[in-house]
Design a protein around this ligand. Structure first.
Ligand code: ZN
Length: 117
């Protein structure tokens, strides 16, 4: 069971929350001036790192408020939670956090024991 510490309600079960994807994706200031390609990249293209990731969460079955979290996607450890509008922590704040649990590459499953026939 994963517990998430809502900044408004406190610690609750993960089942009460919904992930809103990558945080800090800025909407173009003049959407009518951007190309279709730039707009589609804003709407659809997101980082999908294996390791530390800034994401948005909403307490769907609680206060219904949005907040940001820094999560290690390879270990599922939530490293920091902060309210919208607060300054996000820098990656230097997490320099001692292993990017992956056992040092496997940044991309891929890391399962190199399976040999192709
Ligand atoms: Zn809440």
């Amino acid at each position: 069971m994963l517990l998430i510490n809502c900044p408004y309600c406190g610690e609750r079960d993960q089942s009460e929350f919904s992930n809103g994807g990558e945080a800090h994706v800025a909407r173009p200031k003049n959407p009518e001036l951007v190309s279709d390609r730039e707009w589609s990249e804003y709407v659809f293209i997101r980082a999908n790192p294996k390791g530390i990731f800034y994401e948005r969460w909403v307490h769907t079955h609680g206060c219904k408020k949005w907040f940001n979290a820094v999560r290690n996607t390879s270990t599922d450890e939530i490293l920091k939670i902060y309210k919208l509008g607060e300054e996000p922590p820098t990656l230097k704040d997490f320099k001692n956090t292993p990017k992956t649990p056992s040092g496997e590459p940044k991309v891929g499953s890391g399962n190199f024991a399976v040999k192709k026939l």
